[in-house]
Design a protein around this ligand. Structure first.
Ligand code: ATP
Ligand code: MG
Length: 740
């Protein structure tokens, strides 16, 4: 095999080639976005196989997602000219599960053990809490699963958690629950996600023979997105690679964005310690993005401290500057972006080359609606489409039952969500009665309340529930659908349920619920909204292959698109308020890395947008452009049509679905009405460029759409400090201020 011509190496630059060919000994490739790290790994794999250094079964390659694993498999197969079989390429979890199945007995499991999902975990924890008589109001079950998960990320079984931590965590209750939880898992022959790695590490540590066999087997270990490994994953890797020490990790400290899931960028620094003599390769040439995109991204990330630091350059043609565009509100943002996509499509660009990368998944709603209106195919990657998300389905189920008391599917979905104490047995009774009489569940309950088939407690609970729905039906007459949703989410305790929930995804769900209310405000009847939903859901059948991609910035790691849209660059949204609330700068720096990841996904065109107003429930909130916008070096950006603010605001034409009626706005805050009645945009003084020349100066009296009259106290780039006559001191964007 040695004399085989190595064409697959031809395209690589010198440093890349060095990283590919240094097959023996530890190698760390530390390099910025788009420098070919993943390509190096793939080529290295092919190289090892083609040189006959190892058989496929002797190589362990770790990717960040299953999708990335499949891609790697395809590319290597392509380079080899034949599909590769029997190799170990996958995510940490998939690989660890595979090993664990073979040695399940050694850790007390059977080979056919079940892997629990989050819901199962929570259910199990609830049982344990009940048995231990722990107050779930104070410490909701998901709080426990979150704490336990963090311990597992650090490979700490119950016996390894330090005394200090054990006493601290949830008032000392967490550790006991953790112990029970682990023994319960064993009893049920089950493992959760965190166990896969932790138990595998335990296995290696307690059974040196087994470890040795794997160390011998895996002659080569390769790891992508190394900056985002957590401690358990790191230990697992280190144990496996200690044999041949042929380990190659590629990563970028500037793209470490998962510390909230336990990732430790410090693993990069540890590498050189744990693998002395490691070869460190730096790649500096970026093959993905144009100079302006790269310049903007590099300028932005330079604001972070404590970086390992690296240079990046590209040979590509100048290309377009990064477009920065301010809009009035999120509806206009979605409209502007989707229109831009459509225009590109008309010019012959494929939809698959375009992506919208959002900070929070709730942001996808506006884009989905606009895309559906224009009939542009889309996919939400790494998450569900907005109306398919659990909390949205739940909330909509409430509305369905209000609109249609006999909607059994909807009723069943939320009868006991949040928990009302209705047991399976009483539900069973209701079902049987409904079936026997051929009537709906609600009707069945009404009938049963007059008999003694139900015990008195469930009877009361059911009656209360039906009464609540009756009350909401009355409310529905006096309120817009949006207001009604707001009331129902509040009074049913549904939002509260998620507020008490301390799991990682709970805040996102609450954001989605708020976004749902915002979406509802475009409808004046419940029926028109519910109809809209069924249309949206049907739209799913749209199976064309050419689709735009919507996804979160977190999910976009490692990917690339010709055209990338980055909406919502506003203080509080991005950087997210949660990060801003953290003490220290860690949270903020991680947000900035996320922005860097976002920009560097773009090959040819990147667009950043921010809205001056966002609706939270029915209330307008004015927002300031993200500090990240200011941090983009001026030479690489172009303020795209600053006056892109559309005319007319909330006129009929803007309603994405159905028509907007005045009713939806009644009862909402003044901000809402103001915005609705606001003057055409042309009246606004705009464009930060004109700040200096436009005669805005301290002392100038101004008018702001939301806060009214005030006077300028200070100028700060494109923001102004203004003392408003009614609203007091506020920082606002110059573009939304009128001179008076
Ligand atoms: P990220 O940090 O975003 O994961 P990366 O460092 O893994 O990026 P790759 O995805 O491997 O970068 O490469 C980025 C793009 O550059 C890909 O389209 C890849 O095919 C291309 N590329 C990498 N190296 C070369 C090369 N030597 N010649 C031509 N194109 C290359
Ligand atoms: Mg990569």
């Amino acid at each position: 095999p040695a004399e085989r011509p190595a064409v697959y190496l031809d395209g690589l630059n010198e440093s890349q080639r060095e990283a590919v060919e240094a097959t023996e000994g530890p190698v760390l490739v530390l390099a910025g976005a788009g420098t070919g790290k993943t390509r190096v790994l793939t080529t290295r794999l092919a190289h090892i196989l083609l040189q006959g250094r190892a058989r496929p079964g002797e190589i362990l390659a770790v990717t960040f997602t299953n999708k990335a694993a499949r891609e790697m498999q395809e590319r290597v197969g392509h380079m080899l000219g034949t599909p590769v079989e029997g190799w170990w390429v996958g995510t940490f979890h998939a690989l660890a599960a595979r090993i664990l199945r073979r040695h399940a007995e050694a850790v007390g499991l059977k080979p056919n053990f079940t892997i629990l999902d989050t819901d199962d975990q929570v259910r199990l924890i609830k049982q344990i809490l009940a048995a231990r008589d722990i107050d779930t109001k104070r410490f909701p079950p998901r709080t426990f699963s979150a704490v336990i998960q963090r311990w597992k990320d650090r490979s700490l079984g119950p016996e390894k958690v330090s005394q200090g931590e054990a006493v601290e965590a949830l008032d000392g209750t967490a550790i006991d629950v953790y112990k029970d939880y682990q023994s319960e898992l064993l009893r049920q022959n089950a493992a959760d996600f965190g166990d896969l790695l932790m138990l595998c590490v335990d296995l290696f540590q307690s059974q040196p023979d087994i470890l040795k066999s794997y160390q011998r087997r895996f002659r080569y270990v390769l790891v992508d997105e190394y900056q985002d490994t957590n401690v358990a994953q790191y230990l697992w890797l280190r144990l496996l690679a200690q044999g041949h020490q042929n380990i190659c990790c590629v990563g970028d400290d500037d793209q470490s964005i998962y510390s909230w899931r336990g990732a430790e960028v410090g693993n990069i620094l540890r590498f050189e310690k744990d693998f002395p003599g490691a070869k460190v390769v730096r790649l500096e040439r970026n093959y993905r993005s144009t100079p302006h995109i790269l310049g903007a991204a590099s300028g932005l990330i330079a604001n972070n401290e404590g970086r390992l630091g690296k240079t990046l350059w590209t040979d590509l043609n100048e290309g377009e500057k990064v477009r920065v565009h301010g809009v009035w509100d999120s509806t206009e943002e979605a409209r502007w972006i989707v229109d831009d996509m459509e225009a590109r499509q008309m010019r012959g660009e494929s939809l698959a080359t375009m992506a919208v990368l959002v900070r929070t998944s709730a942001q996808t709603r506006e884009f989905e609606e606009r895309l559906i209106t224009l009939g542009i195919a889309y996919q939400v990657i790494g998450g569900l489409r907005f109306y398919e998300r659990q909390e949205i389905r739940d909330a909509v189920a409430y509305l369905r039952v209000i609109a249609q008391p006999d909607d059994d599917l909807a009723f069943q979905r939320i009868a006991n969500v949040p928990k009302r104490g209705l047991g399976d047995a009483s539900m069973q009774t209701v079902h049987m009665h409904a079936r026997a009489r051929g009537i709906s569940l609600s009707l069945a309950i009404r009938e049963l309340t007059t008999t003694d088939e139900l015990k008195s407690r469930p009877k009361k609970l059911f009656t209360d529930l039906l009464n609540e729905f009756d009350r909401w039906r009355v409310e529905a007459h006096d309120h817009s659908p949006a207001e009604l949703m707001d009331i129902v989410l509040d009074e049913s305790g549904y939002t509260e349920m998620w507020k008490l929930d301390k799991s990682i995804d709970a805040p996102g769900r609450i954001e989605n619920l708020k976004e749902l209310v915002v979406g509802l405000s475009a409808f004046d009847t419940l029926t028109s909204f519910l109809e809209h939903i069924s249309l949206v859901m049907e739209n799913e059948q749209n199976k064309g292959t050419d689709k735009v991609t919507l996804m979160t910035l977190h999910g976009a790691k490692g990917l690339e698109f010709d055209t990338v849209y980055l909406p919502g660059w506003e203080e509080g949204l991005f950087p997210h308020q949660r990060a801003l609330d953290e003490t220290g700068t860690n949270g903020l720096e991680e947000e900035r890395r996320l922005a860097y990841v976002g920009l560097t996904r773009a090959r040819k065109c990147a667009t950043v947008t921010f809205a001056a107003n966002r609706r939270i429930y029915g209330q307008w909130q004015s927002s300031l452009p993200s500090r990240f916008v200011d941090e983009l070096p001026a030479g690489h950006i172009e303020r795209a049509g600053e006056l892109g603010l559309s005319r007319g605001g909330f006129a009929e034409d803007q309603a994405v679905f159905g028509k907007v009626s005045g009713k939806a706005s009644e009862g909402y805050g003044a901000g809402w009405k103001r915005a609705q009645n606001r003057k055409p945009q042309d009246d606004l003084v705009f464009a930060p460029a004109r700040v200096s020349s436009g005669g805005l100066e301290v002392g100038q009296r101004i008018f702001h759409q939301k806060f009214g009259y005030g006077s300028i106290q200070g100028l700060d780039g494109d923001k102004l400090d203004i003392k408003f006559e009614k609203a007091g001191m506020k920082k606002v964007m110059v573009s939304f201020v009128e001179k008076v």
